[in-house]
Design a protein. Structure first.
Length: 215
């Protein structure tokens, strides 16, 4: 019978603890911290025109696990506009939107997530057009339901975003920056355009502003 010395025992114990910690980490449910929520707005929001305090709603486009609870696709998120300033010669455009709750057929959950400077463009781009170019210099965001046909046919401009197809990768809004305030609120600002949210566009909401790169 082989006798295990203290060093071998200590190494075996450390290995056991390491394996246990790894398994615990894998089994632990994801928290809301750091999660992104792709939401389709249910109404238009315009900086400086939509008043602070306006109630807003959006629909989740992808089921998301939060604290062991699956928030299903099509869940309705509710919140409000917390900052709304129109661009002028002396000040930038400012817009902030916070979602406070999510509700679906069989449940609900409290939330505290903010509009970020990211969105999901339509999957198909006009030849020679980049995703960032979808944002008009005049309006800050792409046209409702996509963009006009290059041949001048705008008949599809009112189509729902889902019917047009949405890219799998998020891109950053052109000429718009996000900052996190001392109270935790994320605010979008732009010195170039007046910020507008289109009700048929999929925007990214999160617990904080997001780092660069595509999702």
């Amino acid at each position: 019978m082989r006798i295990v010395n203290s060093r071998e025992f200590a190494l075996a114990l450390l290995l056991f603890v390491a394996i246990s910690l790894c398994r615990s980490a894998e089994a632990a449910p994801k928290s809301a911290a750091g999660l992104e929520f792709p939401l389709i707005m249910r109404q238009n929001v315009v900086a400086g025109t939509t008043p602070v305090g306006t109630k807003v709603q959006a629909k989740l486009t992808l089921a998301t696990l939060v604290n062991g609870v699956v928030i299903p696709e099509d869940a309705i998120f509710s919140g409000e506009v917390t900052e709304s300033v129109q661009k002028s010669d002396s000040q930038p455009s400012r817009l902030a939107v916070r979602m406070d709750s999510a509700q679906w057929k069989s449940g609900s959950a409290p939330m505290k997530i903010f509009l970020t400077a990211w969105y999901y463009p339509s999957a198909s781009l006009i030849p020679g057009e980049s995703a960032a170019d979808r944002y008009s210099h005049d309006h800050g965001l792409r046209r409702p339901g996509g963009f006009p046909d290059p041949n001048g046919d705008d008949a599809n401009s009112g189509q729902d975003a889902a019917s047009l197809g949405v890219s799998e990768h998020r891109v950053q809004m052109k000429d718009i920056e996000a900052t996190r305030n001392k109270d935790g609120m994320v605010t979008l600002t732009s010195k170039h355009v007046n910020i507008k949210l289109d009700k048929q566009t999929t925007y990214v909401f999160a617990t904080s502003d997001l780092a660069g790169g595509t999702g």
